[in-house]
Design a protein around this ligand. Structure first.
Ligand SMILES: *Cc1c(COP(=O)(O)O)cnc(C)c1O
Length: 366
């Protein structure tokens, strides 16, 4: 995988540039395969699709964003389909599905990520099962192997948003999922400088449906964005390895910090789905959610006191970012002092010094 990330998606003909350059083109001189980029694509998109397709183990279709890729999957559902979503899933998908419910396109119900028996049962009754490699921000890892096997046997379509794990930590298609999604905006791009998405499937019919949905909706990736995404993908393995190592140690230290009431990280033995994470993930990821002792103001003070860690949303980039999730619209059900930290590739001791100082300065020692 590490070598594929570096070697794939290149034009190997004599005289070709080592990297596929940006392709600012909408239309092409007639007579060859490409006539118009919205339907026929550009070499830049294809480089990204080759790289991610090889990692996920299928054929990838690149989109303008992660949400565009996810919308293209839901777009395929026949009218009146039933959908099952995880309770603490990605907010954008919740909004997309609720809009579809209002328009009478499908029905939805929600299950706890850890309700494996419920998911297995749903595989016999629902049309689309939607899961994430881990939930956000509580980081619960579903029993994806068991649920995939049930979906295979009982007929439901299974889609997995694999953004938090990346294909280096988990490959849903190999477990039996029908389609896997990456928000390229996060780990694959890795530098907080682009929006992009990819959906990957094995069935030619599913792939053709995704391409058609992209063309019809015009949900096409930008040429500069795909160039930057490919450039980011080259270092994905290095970035992930470093950030995960940082995350494991930070999680251990946060768990015993006097100003922290609870630390959630799938790599900690105390995490409710640690066993599933050990069984199903190659690495535990780079996201830590921890509750600061005290109220929302104490947690906000920690964010304000950080100097190295950026006070910003999103995840998966070289720089560490932190956000109080209950402060985000629609997330008020979360613990008020929960901070979601996306660990980057900075030096571990610099990150720890920043966190420790901000936690102590915020006066949250219990
Ligand atoms: C960010 C994110 C998305 C949406 O991706 P965009 O590129 O922002 O459209 C979907 N799922 C998860 C898990 C994400 O983190």
């Amino acid at each position: 995988m590490e070598s594929w990330l570096v070697a794939a998606g290149r034009d190997r003909r004599a005289g070709a540039p080592l990297n596929v350059p940006p392709w600012p083109a909408s239309n092409f001189i007639l007579g060859e395969r490409r006539t118009y980029a919205r339907g026929d694509g550009t070499p830049g998109w294809e480089a990204l699709e080759e790289i991610v397709g090889g990692l996920e183990g299928g054929t990838s279709v690149a989109f303008a964003s992660g949400m565009a890729a996810i919308a293209a999957i839901f777009e395929q559902l026949p009218a009146g389909s039933s959908v099952v979503l995880p309770e603490d899933g990605y907010q954008g998908v919740g909004g997309l599905v609720q809009a579809g419910v209002r328009h009478g396109r499908w029905t939805v119900r929600h299950l706890a990520v850890t309700d494996t028996a419920g998911w297995v049962e749903a595989c016999g009754t629902a049309d689309l099962i939607w899961l994430e490699s881990m939930s956000n921000p509580l980081l619960a890892v579903p029993d994806l192997d068991v649920i995939c096997a049930a979906a295979r046997k009982r007929g439901a379509i299974l889609g997995v948003d694999n953004t938090f794990a990346t294909p280096l930590n988990q490959r849903p298609l190999a477990l039996g999922a029908d389609v896997a999604v990456q928000s390229v905006t996060k780990f694959i791009g890795g530098h907080s400088d682009l929006l992009g998405g990819v959906a990957t499937a094995r069935e030619p019919g599913v792939v053709a449906g995704l391409r058609r949905a992209r063309e019809l909706a015009g949900a096409t990736p930008g040429t500069l964005e795909t160039f930057l995404a490919v450039r980011g993908a080259r270092t994905l393995a290095l970035r992930l390895e470093r950030a995960q190592r940082n995350a494991m140690t930070l999680a251990e230290r946060l768990a015993s910090h006097p100003s922290v009431a609870l630390t959630r990280y799938p790599g900690l033995k105390t995490h409710p789905t640690h066993a599933a994470a050990r069984r199903l993930l190659q690495g535990f990821g780079t996201i830590i959610s921890f509750d600061v002792r005290g109220d929302a103001r104490a947690a906000d003070a920690v964010c304000a006191g950080l100097r190295l860690i950026q006070h910003a949303t999103s995840l998966g980039a070289v720089e560490s970012t932190i956000e109080r999730r209950a402060g985000v619209a629609g997330q008020q059900h979360l613990p008020p002092s929960l901070l979601r930290l996306s660990v980057g590739i900075e030096a571990l001791e610099d990150l720890w010094a920043d966190l420790d100082r901000a936690l102590r300065a915020a006066g949250t020692r219990g």
